[in-house]
Design a protein around this ligand. Structure first.
Ligand code: SF4
Ligand code: SF4
Length: 133
């Protein structure tokens, strides 16, 4: 089945992203089960208050872990948070009321930059709210 995302205009495509920043947090993956868990640690390039990337045009080159989505690589949506608006549209799921209010979904003010977290402390930052509406 063709993804609904492929039927969008450029403008509609851009409008889908609500800027929640949930795709910009550090993830951990269980080597055995491949389960992904999210942390409240943000990419070093995320402004943790405004929830904006500080170098969005160059995000793919400045941060290897950054998932850059476009129409040619919809497979990477599997790596995006379950609540990502692009995933919702792609998977024909409905936009919840929470998703219509971006402020409630934003990670702004709820995360700490990875610049201030030691590698050994990452497991202490695992949270479950990233994948809940
Ligand atoms: S580089 Fe990518 S992951 Fe990091 S803040 Fe920018 S968009 Fe988010
Ligand atoms: S998780 Fe999806 S909706 Fe939220 S900022 Fe990332 S791309 Fe946009």
């Amino acid at each position: 089945m063709i993804s609904p995302l492929l039927q969008l205009t450029d403008s509609e495509w851009e409008d889908i992203c609500d800027g929640c920043g949930r795709c910009c947090v550090v993830k951990l993956q269980d080597e055995d089960t491949e389960e992904i868990v999210y942390t409240n640690i943000a990419c070093e390039f995320l402004d943790v208050e405004t929830c904006r990337c500080m170098d969005y045009p160059n995000r793919g080159s400045i941060k290897p872990e950054c998932v850059v989505l476009d129409r040619q690589n919809l497979d990477v949506l599997a790596q995006m948070p379950f609540t990502c608006a692009y995933r919702l549209v792609h998977e024909n799921r409905s936009i919840s009321r929470a998703m219509q209010n971006p402020a409630t979904r934003s990670v702004g003010g709820r995360v700490v930059s990875e610049k201030y977290v030691h590698e050994d402390q990452i497991p202490e930052h695992i949270v479950d709210w990233i994948t809940v509406d």
